[in-house]
Write a protein that binds this ligand. Structure first.
Ligand SMILES: Nc1nc2c(c(=O)[nH]1)N[C@H]1C(S)=C(S)[C@@H](COP(=O)(O)O)O[C@H]1N2
Ligand SMILES: [Mo]
Length: 161
């Protein structure tokens, strides 16, 4: 059991080194985030405390810029039917979390949600990166998605129920 676990961790680690993030769903211009796309985008840094109350600095690009570049609906035009849109973040292990657009759009909030590629100035370790989400206002770390592979804008009005 222990041996199987270690094998799966190291295989996923290798994939993480070359991983890209697909930005898509209901956006006008889907694209992939990789080191070269990242280098052309504006860098932001946020500081968050870990379990022990110690500060860590995460740098990368803001989720707002990630989606603006994809030509997703901008927050200052968010109203009516577009208020039912949401962002689904998926990781290499299929872990998924939802973020609503007003949680990161500067027209609604000062919170800067970050797709980080560095922690304290260093590239993220393979088990955490190359890209992870940082939600500075969350008290619990459940939305710090490690090894992000996809960021999609979806519409709750399309859900069957
Ligand atoms: N890819 C991925 N990211 C994830 C999770 C996961 O299962 N898969 N678990 C989340 C949960 S529930 C928590 S509490 C934190 C744990 O992060 P930590 O190990 O740094 O405390 O990671 C979050 N990010
Ligand atoms: Mo958790």
């Amino acid at each position: 059991m222990a041996v199987l676990f270690l094998c799966s961790v190291s295989t996923e680690g290798v994939q993480a080194q070359t991983a890209e993030v697909n930005v898509g769903g209901s956006v006008a211009r889907p694209y992939k985030i990789n080191p070269s796309a990242m280098s052309a985008m504006k860098k932001v840094e946020v500081t968050v405390k870990d379990h022990d109350g110690k500060d860590h600095h995460y740098s990368g690009v803001s989720l707002y810029e990630v989606l603006t570049k994809a030509e997703a609906v901008p927050g200052n035009l968010l109203k009516g039917k577009t208020m039912a849109k949401y962002v689904l973040i998926t990781a290499a292990d299929n872990y998924q979390v939802v973020v609503a657009i007003p949680e990161f759009d500067p027209a609604f909030t000062d919170q800067v949600i970050v797709l980080a590629d560095k922690e304290d100035g260093e590239a993220l370790a393979a088990n955490l990166g190359p890209y992870r989400l940082v939600v500075p206002g969350d008290k619990k770390p459940a939305r710090s998605v490690m090894r992000v592979t996809s960021i999609e804008v979806l519409d709750a009005r399309n859900l069957k129920r």
